[in-house]
Ligand binder design. Structure first.
Ligand SMILES: [Zn+2]
Length: 244
């Protein structure tokens, strides 16, 4: 993270759901399923299959954008003091960066969950949520003032402000849109989107994808509806277009 910002990224950092408050000394409480090394290995393995699919979907929908717009960078934040989280930013080179922190990775129960959340973060880029959120910010409608501070270029401020923005998260509408895109991407990459979306079911922990907002049941329903559309098209020998 520090490196990302130090490298000159002044992008809006929007975590997917509110991040529980904690001090840097405290250990985040979450259910660790596996150790850091094996979970990071699994992440790169799954991302290796999902990123090309996300990139292809992105390019098919954004032919007018620069090459970098759909060229996802796969990143890990190794800070073990952070509560589980995943987020998408824009690097200094204009490429979208998908970052999972190590505790998020340790909390995944299977590859389908990793694939789904990766697709979700890519979905925020594909649906241009950062752009739209920044536009809202410039209009002073949502997070007035914060973008200006982030644009100031101080690395530490960037990190702190990023946390502040992360605490607010995206709108519920954007999260559901990203979930819809995630279902398409996970399925096309050969993962089970329904199993992946069960990452929302976990309760009592601090996973950023636990989704107190929007409610996890709403997210799971949204994914189930999308899977119906995907499977309906498959049954007719076709492929459902990625729409949200
Ligand atoms: Zn999200």
């Amino acid at each position: 993270m520090r490196k990302l910002f130090a490298a000159g990224s002044t992008a809006l950092l929007a975590a997917c759901t509110p991040t529980p408050e904690q001090t840097s000394q405290s250990r985040p409480s979450f259910e660790a399923v596996r150790d850091a090394d094996s979970s990071i290995k699994a992440y790169y393995r799954v991302a290796g299959r999902v990123e090309p699919v996300a990139e292809s979907v992105c390019r098919s929908l954004h032919a007018d954008k620069t090459h970098n717009f759909c060229d996802f960078r796969v990143n890990v934040n190794n800070d073990a003091s952070q509560a589980p989280n995943a987020y998408q930013t824009i690097g200094a080179d204009g490429r979208p960066v998908i970052t999972f922190n190590v505790n998020m990775l340790r909390s995944f129960r299977n590859d389908d969950e990793i694939a789904f959340v990766f697709g979700h973060e890519a979905g925020h880029q594909i649906a241009r949520h950062i752009e739209q959120t920044q536009a809202n910010q410039l209009a002073g409608a949502v997070l007035g003032g914060i973008l200006v501070a982030v644009g100031g270029g101080d690395a530490q401020i960037g990190v702190d402000i990023g946390g502040a923005i992360g605490g607010r998260g995206y709108s519920k509408k954007y999260e559901l849109e990203a979930d819809t895109i995630a279902a398409h991407i996970a399925d096309r990459a050969g993962y089970n989107a329904a199993i992946g979306a069960r990452t929302f079911e976990r309760t009592g922990g601090s996973s950023a994808l636990l989704a107190t907002h929007p409610p996890s049941s709403q997210r799971i329903d949204q994914v189930a509806r999308t899977i119906q559309v995907i499977n309906g098209a498959k049954a007719q020998g076709g492929r459902a277009p990625v729409a949200w």
